[in-house]
Design a protein around this ligand. Structure first.
Ligand code: LMR
Length: 407
């Protein structure tokens, strides 16, 4: 029977990573996957993570037993505080059901599965993604058979937010539609709404009874300030939305392969909100048990130790500033080098955009040319992971871009 299974295409991002590894050129530059690199293009173990790792390694009580289905309790409660704020009324009123997940992808999946099972059955349940979005969003929601559409997000003209397009689409979406929003540091564009624009988005979503699902994979990477980066999520909670949150610790702790993440269901304020939250939580436990039984422990132990210890937490904030600071330095350097070279086009968007990525505006043809001629690897949509740039390769990269743009 297996002879009817068609060949699937390679995952574009992991395929790109494999192609980069195979390339033997000493000049090769990896700007593909969103993973932080130090100034020598090497993965960076955050010093605070190393410290936590050492502490855990010396713990005589450490074992490899199963975690509870919902994960490590001190990890999920600390995760609530990190994203919602320690003094969030939603936490105080027990309106948040949280489960540890297989990183952000697992959290998005658990949310998608929950929606498919319980959200407004027999109505239009279209999920709206920003155009463009992280490509895995489409796959995750198609796996649970929820229909999806897109809202305009990126303006190719301004290389900023197409706010009007976005708002108009939200205004015309069917009541109850699910709106996937990036909490901060939008992937792939590096373009976020301003606080005023978020307020307008929330207002329209409330009027139109749209359901927010926040994907937060970059808290700490947009501004370097964890609270500031959670502003949009906290604003929506303040407005009384019922909403879902997917939280990833891959990027901000550099725990990519450890798959530490968290899923939160926030119930609207109501007299019976805590009961609703308990019921929702009980269903989420069944879904989790049937999918992964219980989540992996190691990454969550590291994150939990840091999140719950004020001194380690402060050190983590310092490490985050190191990462976001180096990325900002690279943004400034890239922009000024392209401007010095007189590379055709405008390059202010490189410094206007935030977070881990820049959406360069390079065409697919130019991207392929950069790969073939200069051994520079980036996704076909012209996204670059800023952390792949460093003081050793930035001149080389700027010159390669200059050449590709002029051809
Ligand atoms: C990326 O977009 O590069 C990251 O989010 C990695 C991933 O899993 O796709």
């Amino acid at each position: 029977q297996a002879d009817v299974v068609p060949q699937a295409p390679e995952d574009p991002l992991f395929g790109l990573m494999a192609a980069y590894r195979k390339d033997t050129s000493p000049n090769k530059v990896d700007l593909g996957i969103g993973a932080y690199r130090d100034n020598n293009a090497k993965p960076w173990i955050l010093p605070v993570v190393q410290k936590a790792d050492d502490i855990i390694g010396k713990d005589p009580n450490l074992n490899h037993e199963y975690l509870p289905i919902a994960g490590l309790p001190e990890f999920t409660t600390a995760s609530q505080k990190l994203i919602l704020g320690a003094d969030s009324p939603a936490i105080k009123e027990k309106r948040v059901a949280s489960l540890q997940t297989v990183s952000g992808t697992g959290a998005v999946h658990l949310g998608a599965l929950f929606l498919q099972r319980f959200y407004r059955p027999n109505t239009d349940r279209t999920v709206y993604f920003s155009a463009p979005t992280w490509p895995n969003h489409n796959q995750i929601f198609s796996n649970v058979h929820l229909p999806y559409a897109t809202y305009p997000y990126f303006s190719t003209k301004t290389r900023g937010l197409d706010f009007e397009g976005m708002i108009n689409t939200l205004k015309n979406a069917a009541e109850g539609s699910i709106i996937l929003l990036h909490g901060c540091a939008h992937n792939p564009t590096g373009v976020d709404p301003t606080q005023d624009q978020w307020k307008e988005i929330a207002k329209v979503m409330q009027e139109k009874k749209l359901f927010p699902f926040f994907d937060c994979a970059y808290q700490g990477f947009a501004s370097g300030d964890l609270n500031k980066d959670a502003w949009a999520v906290r604003y929506f909670v303040e407005q009384g939305f019922e909403m879902l949150i997917a939280q990833s610790y891959a990027k901000n702790f550099g725990l990519y392969g450890e798959r530490a993440g968290c899923f939160h269901f926030v119930t609207s304020p109501a007299p019976d909100a805590a009961n609703t939250s308990t019921r929702v939580g009980s269903q989420l436990l069944i879904l989790q048990r049937s999918e992964i039984s219980n989540p992996p422990a190691y990454g969550a132990r590291i994150a939990s130790l840091i999140l719950n210890d004020p001194a380690l937490f402060a050190e983590w904030e310092e490490n985050l500033r190191t990462m976001s600071g180096r990325i900002i330095t690279m943004r400034n350097a890239l922009r000024s080098k392209l401007e010095e070279l007189g590379t055709p086009g405008t390059w202010n968007h490189i410094t206007d955009q935030i977070g881990m990525f820049s959406f360069t505006g390079l065409t697919e043809k130019q991207v392929m040319k950069l790969r073939e001629d200069s051994h520079v690897y980036m996704t076909k949509n012209g996204r670059i992971s800023m952390a792949g740039l460093n003081t050793h390769n930035i001149d080389y990269f700027a010159k390669a871009v200059d050449k590709a743009v002029r051809e």
